[in-house]
Design a binder for this molecule. Structure first.
Ligand SMILES: Cc1cc2nc3c(=O)[nH]c(=O)nc-3n(C[C@H](O)[C@H](O)[C@H](O)COP(=O)(O)OP(=O)(O)OC[C@H]3O[C@@H](n4cnc5c(N)ncnc54)[C@H](O)[C@@H]3O)c2cc1C
Length: 280
């Protein structure tokens, strides 16, 4: 019925309080909308009010550079890509990510937020210290593991059903200055999962580990050629995969400039062998 562009938390709270007072008989429903990227209409509501969280620009992003655990306070409608750009100015970055960063804080914290850092830090919902929520009765409530814990745990991964996230405190870590990025392709599922399980259980092996399935029918294969060293077209030409389902491990090792020689000693080839890649 309507789309609301809130400028303040109280815009949201007043609206929800009003609907709460109208009672069940009004049948009026509300949905928060982040960047609208969920696939089944989760950020829509039939005949109701959609609250477009990206227009909520408060609080302004505030980065706290503590010695032990730095964090950033952000609006629930903030995009993760903006958080990355701002925190990098302080040499910091959130600890856990999604692959794609044009998603909102409220949108991914309502799900889980899973990517290649989750094996180490847990999903994004495990890296939040505090939330501000507008509840279903229109109250504005702070919550954390120590304060209103039930609300905190319900909202995280709560699919937008337990309140609207208007502010989140996200944990940060020093951003790596350099990254070694490796893709390993497999045709055998058992080998792929065995290697993935081994790598995630090894201490300090990699900082990012993600596995995925590629169905070679969309012409995306050319993209996989980039997994090979461009100086080695011979190796790429041996990779025959037409019509096959492939499995890919994507790995990253963070390091700083002083460690460049050490990281290069564990070269691309060696890592591929270590991971028992199957390229036939
Ligand atoms: C290209 C692409 C890549 C992706 N990659 C990953 C990935 O690597 N890992 C991963 O985990 N997910 C991934 N996703 C899925 C994504 O995390 C979810 O679809 C997420 O919900 C989208 O965020 P959004 O900001 O678009 O939220 P929306 O789709 O707008 O909303 C999602 C849900 O959250 C609720 N919601 C939104 N904002 C709030 C708020 N402030 N308070 C309370 N509830 C709210 C909505 O009502 C809805 O139920 C990807 C999606 C896309 C499109």
């Amino acid at each position: 019925m309507a789309v609301m562009y809130p400028k303040s938390v109280s815009d949201i709270a007043t609206t929800i309080k009003h609907i709460w007072h109208m009672g069940h008989s009004s049948h009026l429903t509300v949905a928060a909308r982040g960047h609208g990227h969920s696939l089944q209409g989760q950020s829509q509501t039939h005949g109701g009010i959609v609250i477009k969280m990206e227009s909520l620009k408060v609080p302004e992003m505030q980065i706290h550079v503590g010695n032990s655990s730095p964090y950033v306070d952000v609006s629930g409608g903030e995009l993760w890509i903006n958080i990355l750009h701002e925190t990098l100015k302080y040499g910091l970055a959130p600890r856990s990510w999604t692959d794609y960063l044009h998603l909102t804080v409220g949108g991914t914290l309502s799900n889980a937020g899973v990517s290649g850092q989750a094996f180490k830090h847990g999903p994004q919902i495990s890296n939040v210290q505090q939330l501000e929520i507008v509840t279903g009765t229109g109250e504005v409530v702070n919550c954390s593991e120590k304060q209103n814990e039930e609300l905190f745990q319900s909202v995280l991964g709560g699919l937008g059903q337990f309140g609207i996230i208007t502010r989140a405190r996200i944990l940060l870590e020093p951003a790596p200055s350099m990254v070694k990025w490796i893709r390993v392709l497999y045709s055998d599922f058992t080998e792929f999962t065995r290697d993935q399980e081994r790598l995630i259980s090894e201490e300090n092996a990699f900082d990012y580990i993600e596995g995925f399935v590629i169905i070679n029918r969309t012409g995306l294969l050319n993209n996989w050629r980039s997994s090979f060293n461009p100086q080695d077209p011979v190796q790429a030409s041996h990779f025959k995969s037409d019509g096959k389902t492939l499995f890919c491990l994507e790995l990253a090792k963070y390091f700083n400039f002083q460690q460049i020689n050490i990281v290069n000693q564990v070269g691309h080839q060696e890592l591929i062998l270590k991971c028992n890649v199957s390229i036939n």
